[in-house]
Design a protein around this ligand. Structure first.
Ligand SMILES: [Zn+2]
Length: 66
């Protein structure tokens, strides 16, 4: 598995990887309402992460958008 071409160094969040466990750089690949499609920068696995953000709010605030 390789880093997704959509992965952007400017859009990362330090969140626990569901596979690695530790806080690590997750790349924001896509988002839909309160779900974000992320890729772990360490193990390169991808999954939909539920941000728990309420409806109508965009989850991008979690990320440092350059
Ligand atoms: Zn990981």
């Amino acid at each position: 598995m390789t880093l997704d071409p959509q992965a952007d160094l400017g859009r990362r969040a330090w969140l626990p990887c569901r596979y690695c466990g530790d806080n690590t750089a997750l790349y924001l690949l896509d988002s839909d309402v309160n779900m974000i499609w992320v890729q772990c920068g360490r193990c390169l696995r991808r999954w939909w992460h539920d941000t728990g953000v309420g409806r109508g709010r965009r989850p991008e605030h979690l990320f440092d958008v350059a």
